[in-house]
Design a protein around this ligand. Structure first.
Ligand code: C2O
Ligand code: CU
Length: 581
């Protein structure tokens, strides 16, 4: 109906000259083609695209604007890594040092974030590691994580939703020696398949609508309405939700059980049998399903979103926050055509997959409280964490390298939010006052926080440090992250804190940015402190009272050079040196 109106409007506007008429005709033909392909694509006739793999130690990613035929004959503008949409599967071996060469041939900046991986801040690919257009980035890091399914994607601040939706995402598979001993399907593309879940809305000309938070069409690995030839045996699916907002509730059409073998950052201790699995944006799960007795059958993988309920994005019929015909209804995602088994089929799945080493409570050095919230403003919601929207120039937290902390995340809104933290993984210890379920107790880097509930996790931070470049934590719904529900922390060496510690109040501070050419900032959690700035000759330049929280001091009137910022209470004084450019 809407599409029809759209055409008529076009006709009225363009029905003036022959040239324009031809243009309209072309548009109409495309539109007709588009509609008929969408209609026939309901038949699940498109073979699921299985991305190429790259492995070894040296990797090359070439990022460019492109055009992709999601619908045969219709060129859709896209972005891709080494191709027209999304990217190759990167296969990393644990303990290897990988060297990646990233060339940005887009007409805009981007970043490449290795989601879930424990890598140093300067190669994490967060919003601070910008790769300008026509330039390159050469991150190199050691693969410290155990076997897992991770992913990579754009993390350019305020552009993440658009760039990921245009195609800047791909899967990472980490392998390690102990997982190779396990009896689980692991032949890529034969009995071990990537399943990258997305939804999108294409406009009447077949172009991607980047404002559609919940799409009206599913894609798996970029394929519309796919089928997969699936061998009649145990098969592993690596599920990744790379959608803007949509949460999927996965099951098979006959409600059969399947086994969950891994969560975000690696194996569960033992497989867990379920017939439904909810997966939020940013999350990964590996599942194994048994098709041994299904030869020649066709079986649908279904999104049972009618069962999700209140507050789950994509779960409320029709309306939701963003309207889509896929919301709140059970719809097939893909058809599995069960074919002859492979030569090396895996008949029984290992019952012990790994052993988790959960950090002990006695090692916890700090607890933090984060509240996910939003404020209505002129018809929009401005998202925040602890009432503050993200700012690139504010460091919200300072974590000591190698330390263990408990984070308590409170969702004070009416929707679920998948909370994600960079730099490693955590173990959930509480979900809405209940102990975690077996699946929730796996290694995670994203946790879905339900409306008006609180989760608590314990996390051992990596033992590297960088006082300059922060890591992010944020909601992984891409519009929320772009919209301010994000904050950042630096991981510092404990000696760094020693030099800026209040002698008795035991409160650590750091200043940023440093060098500075504007506001120099620091954060304290103390009342009644005073700040002073001296030059290196000991002359007092300027002074003032501190506020509890983030303080900022204008430095534009200072001459270039080094200065000492001191923060004093009646308990003592802490000094930090900074440089004015
Ligand atoms: Cu998947 Cu901070 O991101
Ligand atoms: Cu959110």
């Amino acid at each position: 109906m809407i599409k029809e109106l759209h055409c008529r409007k076009n006709l009225r506007i363009y029905y003036r000259g022959n040239y324009k008429l031809r243009f309209v005709k072309k548009q109409l033909t495309l539109l007709a083609l588009f509609i008929s392909v969408i209609a026939s694509s309901q038949q699940f006739q498109n073979p699921l695209y299985i991305p190429d793999t790259l492995m070894g130690k040296n990797f090359q990613l070439f990022i460019s604007d492109s055009s992709h035929q999601f619908i045969p004959g219709v060129n859709t503008s896209t972005m891709g890594y080494n191709g027209s949409y999304m990217g190759p599967i990167l296969i990393f071996e644990k303990n290897a040092t990988v060297n990646i060469s990233v060339v940005n041939a887009l007409n805009e900046g981007t970043t490449v974030h290795w989601h879930g991986m424990e890598v140093e801040a300067n190669v994490d690919g967060g919003p601070h590691n910008i790769i300008d257009d026509s330039s390159s980035w050469f991150p190199s890091f050691k693969v410290r994580d155990n076997a897992a399914t991770m992913w990579y994607h754009s993390h350019l601040h305020k552009q993440t939703q658009r760039q990921v939706n245009m195609g800047l995402a791909g899967m990472i598979i980490i392998r390690d020696s102990s997982s190779k001993q396990l009896s689980i399907p692991s032949e890529y593309g034969k009995d071990d398949f990537p399943i990258i879940l997305q939804d999108k809305t294409f406009d009447s000309l077949g172009q991607i609508n980047n404002d559609a938070l919940l799409g009206d069409t599913f894609l798996i690995n970029g394929t519309l309405s796919p089928y997969l030839n699936t061998p009649a045996q145990n098969v592993r699916f690596r599920l990744l939700n790379a959608s803007i907002q949509r949460i999927y509730n996965i099951g098979f059409e006959d409600n059969r059980d399947f086994q969950v073998i891994a969560t975000d950052n690696g194996f569960l201790e033992s497989p867990v049998k379920v017939n439904r699995l909810m997966i939020a944006s940013g999350e990964r799960y590996e599942i194994v399903a048994d098709f041994t007795n299904d030869l020649s059958d066709t079986l649908a993988l279904v999104n049972y979103s009618s069962e999700m309920g209140y507050g789950f994005l994509g779960g409320i019929p029709g309306g939701d926050v963003y309207p889509s015909p896929l919301n709140g209804v059970d719809k097939d995602l893909m058809k599995l055509r069960i074919t002859a088994p492979t030569a090396n089929k895996v008949d029984s799945i290992s019952t012990v997959l790994t052993t988790h080493v959960i950090p002990s409570m006695s090692s916890v050095s700090r607890e933090r409280y984060k509240k996910l919230g939003g404020k209505a403003q002129g018809g929009n919601i401005i998202w925040n964490i602890n009432n503050t929207s993200f700012s690139m120039s504010v460091i919200n937290d300072t974590v000591i390298s190698g330390s263990t902390e408990i984070w308590e995340i409170r969702n004070s809104t009416h929707f679920v939010h998948p909370f994600h933290i960079h730099s490693g993984h955590f173990f959930l210890i509480e979900n809405d006052s209940m102990p975690p379920t077996v699946i929730e107790s796996g290694k995670k880097d994203v946790i879905l926080v339900r409306p008006n509930t609180t989760v608590k996790f314990i996390m051992e931070f990596p033992d590297f440090h960088d006082a300059q470049i922060p890591y992010m934590y944020h909601c992984h719904m891409l519009d929320h992250e772009d919209g301010g529900m994000m904050a950042q922390f630096i991981i510092v060496d404990s000696s760094y804190l020693m030099s800026t510690r209040f002698p008795e109040a035991n409160e650590s501070i750091n200043v940023w940015p440093n060098p500075v050419d504007g506001f120099v900032r620091f954060e304290i959690e103390l009342a009644d402190a005073k700040w002073q700035i001296h030059d290196l000759k000991g002359r007092l330049i300027t002074k003032g009272d501190c506020r509890n929280g983030v303080n900022q001091i204008e430095t534009t009137k200072l001459f270039s050079g080094s200065y000492i910022l001191s923060i004093s209470t009646d308990k003592g004084t802490s000094r930090t040196r900074f440089i004015k450019i």
